[in-house]
Design a protein around this ligand. Structure first.
Ligand code: HEM
Ligand code: SF4
Length: 566
């Protein structure tokens, strides 16, 4: 009989149908007792994901492995879900302890307000899960084909300029759908955000479902509700979410979120290929439109949504809520500190928790810009807290590049990476802050170690994507440049400009570009307008310092490394 082989997508679909991994903590405990070698491939490759657990690479990234995926070590990466980024000081201390005990003192705040630990052994996992659960935290649903962490504005409920506090709704959506067994087997990951913030800091444009504040007038009465956008996402085929012509009342948010998840779950056509399984592909490949989606959504939820209300789309570039800002509550401020490329130590976490307790009410928040924020600090102590955070390496008034830098996990731990990103990000931003002192433009400099765009290079002013090139016969880390990505009023995906160079030469290239910007900008022109006004060829020439023949983004032969999914 001919051997029947499964495609990768078929295998994952079968495994998900066969076992609901959340019901099998007992198996994880057993693996912990029997050691790393006892963990079967279906757990390593599929089931662990829904528990927020990935295998950790050997530091070489994708190189040296097979099937487009690098070598796995005996260690794991563990992602902890933090709905709306809201944390208590006690939880922060638990994270510090776990990072110290099981993660070699490394913790990364991620672009979805999560915290990721590395170096975790199989023996540590049961204890880690239990300690998190006792602290009201979980890893369930942090990865895998499920509803991922529901993000929201980190200053929800406290920002003086927010439209309204939407955090109760993001938490309600998270409670209803996150870790919900009904949505354990979606075609692929499913990302949602709910925000009432005036700067849309949680990036609704790149979520599968995004609720942003909207308003409508009924008679003489204003009603606060939401706009809804569908099908955003980055990865290798970035797509800005489409706005539906719908006003979502506050009491309809959970129903609508669930309705979209049901449409996604029922989309069998998306289950054919792992690379094209995100919700956005309904629009990109299967002929859906915002109108047909809304019609199906109305049918699924069982009532028609009203037409869209009014909304203000923010123009602001920096959405990071750093610095000291007055809250809507009299006498209180929040203090946003930059965590360079999201990497934070147990000592820094503990100090931040201690300051939050001593001068506030113990509330902290993780942000999607990989930063940390202390809320409800009494105004008279603001400077003391800011100075102390800065002293421990969490600057409240970070320099332009330290503030605007975001980096993905990279080859240090990620099996798909072409480049090392975290150390590189620190070096690059420090270099640029030194070379361009006083650079006053807001800049988003995003670094991503492969085409998957976990560091969101598609929405950055300057987004660089990891490559390998040969220099003097040796393969070295390199970066390909994309520019002009933006969100808000003129949401657009960054343009690949045809230039790439060795990682070591990236600071020179960016320095040239930004000096050229400073010297040739038209009056009051900001970086975004400048990047939009200049052609790819002009930008390429400045980056290279000479005329430079365009190079392709050169997706590796066939398709991008895609053996492991984020
Ligand atoms: C097919 C493979 C993968 C794809 C297409 C992918 C894509 C993405 C994208 C587009 C984001 C941006 C987050 C956002 O939407 O705002 C993201 C987030 C992230 N990715 Fe990946 N990723 C992949 C694999 C991985 C792997 C192997 C790692 C290694 C740990 C990783 C680490 C992360 C992290 C830390 C985040 C931050 C978001 C979070 O906390 O959920 N990704 N991924
Ligand atoms: S973009 Fe994602 S998959 Fe690629 S190296 Fe970075 S973390 Fe890994």
């Amino acid at each position: 009989m001919a051997e029947v082989t499964e495609t990768k997508a078929q295998r994952v679909e079968r495994l998900k149908r066969e076992k609901l991994a959340w019901d099998h903590l007992d198996e994880i405990r057993e693996f912990a007792r029997n050691g790393r070698d006892s963990v079967p491939p279906e757990w390593l490759g599929t089931y662990f994901r829904s528990w927020g657990i990935y295998t950790q690479g050997d530091g070489a990234g994708v190189i040296g492995g097979k099937n487009g995926e690098g070598k796995a070590t005996e260690f794991f990466m563990v992602r902890i879900r933090i709905p709306n980024g809201i944390l208590t000081s006690d939880q922060v201390r638990v994270l510090a302890g776990l990072s110290e005990d099981y993660g070699r003192g490394v913790a990364d705040i991620t672009v979805r307000q999560n915290v990721q630990l590395h170096w975790v052994t199989i023996q540590a996992i049961p204890d880690l899960i239990e300690k998190l659960q006792r602290a009201g935290l979980t890893t369930t649903g942090a990865c895998g084909d499920v509803v991922r962490n529901v993000t929201g504005c980190p200053v929800a409920g406290i920002a003086a300029d927010e439209h309204f506090d939407a955090s109760p709704f993001s938490l309600a959506v998270d409670r209803a759908l996150g870790g919900n067994r009904e949505f354990y087997n979606l075609p692929r990951k499913f990302k949602m955000t709910v925000t009432g913030c005036s700067s849309w800091c949680s990036y609704p444009e790149i979520n599968d479902v995004a609720f942003t504040s909207a308003r409508r007038k009924r008679g003489d009465v204003f009603e606060d509700g939401f706009s809804v956008r569908i099908g955003g996402g980055l990865s290798t085929e970035p797509h800005i979410a489409l706005k539906l012509d719908a006003f979502v009342r506050q009491d309809q948010v959970v129903d609508v979120a669930r309705g979209v998840a049901e449409i996604f779950r029922a989309s069998e056509v998306l289950r054919q290929s792992r690379e094209q399984a995100r919700l956005k592909y309904l629009f990109l490949k299967h002929g859906w439109t915002a109108e047909s989606f809304l019609a199906e959504l109305n049918r699924i939820i069982g009532f028609p949504l009203d037409p869209a209300g009014d909304e203000e789309i923010p123009a602001e570039v920096h959405r990071d809520h750093t610095g000291i800002q007055r809250q809507k509550q009299a006498g209180l401020v929040f203090i946003g500190a930059s965590v360079l490329r999201g990497r934070i130590t147990p000592a820094q976490l503990r100090r931040a928790a201690q300051l939050a307790d001593k001068f506030g009410d113990g509330t902290l928040r993780a942000t999607v810009q990989q930063n940390l924020l202390l809320a409800n600090i009494r105004e008279e102590h603001a400077e003391t807290v800011a100075a102390e955070l800065t002293r421990v390496g969490l600057p409240v008034a970070a320099l332009a590049f330290a503030r605007g830098t975001v980096a993905c996990t990279g080859s240090e731990f990620c099996k798909l990476a072409l480049t090392e990103t975290k150390g590189f990000a620190r070096w690059l931003s420090t270099e640029l802050d030194e070379r361009l002192p006083g650079f006053s433009e807001q800049i988003k400099l995003h670094i991503t170690g492969c085409p998957n765009s976990c560091g969101q290079h598609w929405i950055a002013d300057i987004g660089i994507e990891g490559k390998k090139i040969k220099v003097n016969g040796k393969m070295v880390d390199a970066y390909y440049f994309c520019v002009g990505g933006s969100v808000g009023h003129i949401a657009s995906i960054a343009r690949p400009v045809g230039y790439r160079c060795a990682a070591a030469n990236v600071p020179d290239a960016i320095e040239r570009l930004l000096i050229h910007f400073q010297e040739t900008r038209e009056s009051n022109e900001n970086l975004r307008t400048f990047l939009a006004r200049n052609t790819n060829e002009q930008i390429r020439t400045v980056l290279a310092g000479e005329s430079f023949a365009a190079v392709e983004r050169d997706l590796p032969a066939g398709r991008v490394p895609a053996g492991v999914e984020g």
